[in-house]
Ligand binder design. Sequence first.
Ligand SMILES: [Zn+2]
Length: 158
Amino acid sequence: MNLRIGQGIDFHRLENGLKLWLGGVLLPSEKGCVAHSDGDVLLHAICDAMLGAAALGDIGHHFPDNSSEFKNIDSIILLKRSFNLIRENGFSIVNVDSTVCLEKPKIASFIPEMRSVIAAILETSADNISIKATTAEKMGFIGKEEGVVALASVLLKK
Ligand SMILES: [Zn+2]
């Protein structure tokens, strides 16, 4: 079996009054991500990890943030299109592991829903999708609630 690993990372600024989409789920939050798309930092990191595993470039290459086509786009669509690209190249998902680093809100209770949303798009079982969360212990831009980071690793098989 041909196995390929990829990693992805994404950052977004947080501002008051915006919606916070994370893992395809709308979270209750005073702040949301500043972005050209809906700013779903977790889905963007997973897209980049999938594309990276298949050596297909990155999310900015396929979905440029200066294109009106992708303005305010639902990141579920970006994930689906990224998945289609790797599938066209003969790959499927073995597993995804990811970490979201943000100060608040607490996301633990939303993780099961995120896992099932992502698993459905990636045509795999939720058992193959891991989402973890941590804070930055009040340090730096994450700790000051100025931004959010997500990291993802994806293993593909051909
Ligand atoms: Zn992003």
